[in-house]
Design a protein around this ligand. Structure first.
Ligand SMILES: Nc1nc2c(ncn2[C@@H]2O[C@H](COP(=O)(O)OP(=O)(O)O)[C@@H](O)[C@H]2O)c(=O)[nH]1
Ligand SMILES: [Mg+2]
Length: 648
């Protein structure tokens, strides 16, 4: 009989020891004969050349192995914030999380946030204090989570050479420390009563109540280990086996209402390009049984995907299998269009993976014109691995722009484009999609007349422009009376005006938020035609532009920045210098404050670097488009000068 699975996302800040912990567990379990270490280039999890070069995990990677009575499906996630989408994907398909902390550094804000993130998926969490072999390890660091759900689960903890196999606190006949006991009895009314009346607390009941508390994430046990010496890994494995849910009570399936359903459904959580294997999709089955050769429908685009091969994922390799069932992680190849987040199935759909929104953007160019398509194709192929990153041509600025999650991600992408596709992608500051508008009304008349040889061209129109409110767009009004311009040519005038609005007179940006009415005109019986009135409309619009007052509009974004309370002043000061408008602030009560502001997009370029230098990794931000507003006069001068210089 196959072993029951446990599916666990391993999360934690960069370098805390996540990958080594998994390698160490696999080694202890006997799944591998040697401890794989990224530093020595022997990791079986961080195997990509980029990861070897940078000596850090960059991509989500599942690593599965048998340990005792269970099969552990561990999902290693990268710690760097640039790759947070992979962490989100890992949490979205797991049934539990291990949150690794480094006791030589302590519990930082990032670790606290990660606990909240795991809990937002309703996952039970174990905090793993790794690196206990280091003599500077502070075994009390878990207290800095500052929440009473986080409680130690082991005792006799020393650090450095004295770190030995930890002893479980919850053992028959031993006394639980008060803080843990209180959390446990809270889970069960009978226990609570007995506790307050000073009666004996049956061990079985305590154990059950503890397990319930962990399942609901009301209790987050702290366990210790040294991945280098494998001390503590067995106790950790046993705890995972006994406390974390298996496929029968999978939180992943339950969240989407698919627990126990028989219709097959799986969710893809990671796409990886793996040398000869080509594009590999990693997926987790939520319900039903899936056989090799089955065809499943993608709920996003209705594509039918035939699963020609199914691969069981091990640690560092995989093997072909004939079928998989609810709970399993499986690798798929040669799919048509499926991507991270997609559900393939015959009925139910898994919840979308709540990927964060990009916070960083760059223009991407090729070194030479002839490489443009190759660069673009390489980036598009690589970005199949990161469905939350957007990349494409922006017609407003005529640039290919990537919207991603930071400089490391960008640097990994360009290095992969070079090494895996032989093309050089060059990143630069993207242009801001400014717009232009009118601030005064005006009238103009233009006659287009051309007589050359046979049939000529004739069209005359009189236009009035009126500014509209922000974001009202463009309205075209036909006020012609008496058929001075026949109905069939009104559309031609509008077309000419629209063409003029595509490239405004100030900096060639799109003109918006105006009403243009055509109120007069003249027609020639023979020479008037569509093109004549288009030209008249365009030229008349150009006249309006030169006669009226115009301004440049710039995009304004709504920005939420969360930092430790004591950094609020510095952040607000910096935002003021960026012409930001502070709308308010919310204190979370966990030592974090979220500052809400509206900031011009041009001032947010590379803001992730600024935030990192102010908050040292303890800050994060989200932003989304809000509106367009007039660009201040001094900036307008600069932008016009830059545009003129570029068009010389
Ligand atoms: N001494 C010791 N070193 C560790 C331990 N865990 C991780 N490391 C080292 O810490 C560094 C980062 O570990 P890694 O697993 O790559 O961190 P990750 O970014 O969280 O995946 C590597 O050099 C590991 O060898 C541990 O328990 N003891
Ligand atoms: Mg790692």
């Amino acid at each position: 009989m196959s072993k029951e699975t446990r599916t666990i996302a391993v999360i934690g800040n960069l370098g805390v020891g996540k990958t080594l912990l998994i390698e160490s567990m696999a080694f202890k379990a006997g799944a591998v004969t040697r401890l794989g270490e990224l530093q020595k280039g022997t990791s079986r999890i961080a195997v990509h050349q980029e990861e070897k070069n940078r000596k850090m995990s960059l991509f989500l990677c599942p690593a599965c192995f048998d340990f005792g009575n269970y099969r552990f499906q561990m999902i290693d996630t990268p710690g760097a914030n640039d790759f947070r989408c992979d962490r989100t994907a890992g949490l979205a398909v797991a049934d539990a999380a291990l949150l690794v902390v480094d006791p030589t550094v302590g519990v930082d804000m990032a670790s606290k946030r990660l606990l909240e993130e795991a809990q937002s998926f309703k996952l039970p969490v174990i905090v793993v204090v790794s690196r206990m072999d280091n003599s500077n390890a502070n075994s009390d660091c878990w207290q800095d989570f500052g929440v009473d759900s986080v409680v130690p689960f082991q005792t006799n903890i020393n650090s450095g050479n004295d770190f030995q196999e930890p002893t479980e606190l919850l053992a028959e006949g031993s006394d639980l420390p008060e803080s843990l006991l209180e959390k446990v009895v809270e889970q069960d009314e009978e226990l609570m009563e007995a506790y307050f009346e000073g009666n004996e607390l049956p061990f079985d009941k305590l154990k059950q109540a503890f397990a319930n508390g962990v399942l609901k994430s009301e209790i987050v046990p702290v366990l210790y280990c040294s991945s280098i010496s494998q001390k503590g890994t067995e106790s950790l494995a046993n705890t995972i086996g006994s406390l974390f849910p298996g496929p029968k009570n999978s939180i992943f399936a339950e969240r989407s209402g698919l627990l126990g359903k028989t219709d097959p459904a799986l969710q893809i959580f990671k796409t990886r390009h793996e040398g000869k294997m080509g594009e590999v999709q990693y997926a987790r089955v939520a319900s039903g049984k899936i056989n090799k050769g089955d065809t499943l429908k993608n709920s996003r685009n209705a594509d039918n995907e035939r699963l020609t091969q199914l691969y069981k994922v091990n640690i560092g390799d995989r093997e072909g299998i004939d079928s998989v069932q609810a709970g399993d992680i499986v690798a798929l190849v040669k799919l048509k269009s499926a991507l991270g987040g997609d559900t393939l199935g015959k009925g139910g759909k898994l919840n979308d993976i709540p990927f964060p929104k990009p916070t960083s953007w760059e223009a991407i160019d090729s070194e030479t014109e002839k490489d443009a398509t190759k660069v673009s194709d390489a980036i598009k192929t690589l970005l199949r691995e990161d469905p939350a990153v957007t990349y494409g041509y922006k017609s407003e600025t005529h640039q290919n722009v990537i919207e991603c999650f930071g400089e490391i991600q960008l640097s990994v992408l360009s290095s992969r484009a070079q090494n895996e596709f032989g093309v050089k992608a060059i990143a630069s500051a993207p242009k801001i999609p400014y717009k232009e508008t009118f601030t005064s009304t005006g009238n103009a008349t233009y006659r287009h007349k051309k007589q050359s040889g046979g049939s000529g061209q004739f069209g005359e129109c009189a236009l009035k422009v009126t500014p509209l409110m922000r974001d009202e767009g463009f309205k075209f009004v036909d006020n012609i009376v008496g058929g001075k311009i026949p109905k069939k040519f009104i559309g031609s005038v509008e077309k000419g005006v629209s063409q003029g609005m595509e490239k405004g007179s100030l900096i060639g940006a799109q003109v918006v938020d105006i009403e243009v009415s055509v109120f007069d005109g003249k027609t020639h019986d023979v020479d008037s035609n569509d093109i004549s009135f288009q030209i008249a409309g365009l030229q008349c619009f150009r006249m309006l532009e030169s006669q009226c007052q115009k301004i440049i509009l710039e995009p304004i974004y709504k920005v939420d920045i969360t930092v430790p309370d004591n950094l609020m002043g510095e952040i607000i000061g910096d935002l003021n210098a960026r012409r930001g408008r502070i709308l308010g602030q919310d204190a979370s009560g966990q030592g974090l404050t979220t500052i809400k502001a509206e900031v011009p997009l041009m001032e947010m370029y590379k803001y992730d670097n600024t935030l990192r230098s102010i908050a040292k990794g303890d800050g994060f931000f989200d932003m989304e488009f809000h509106t367009y507003e007039p660009l201040p006069a001094d900036q307008t001068k600069k932008v016009i000068a830059a545009s003129q210089a570029e068009n010389k």
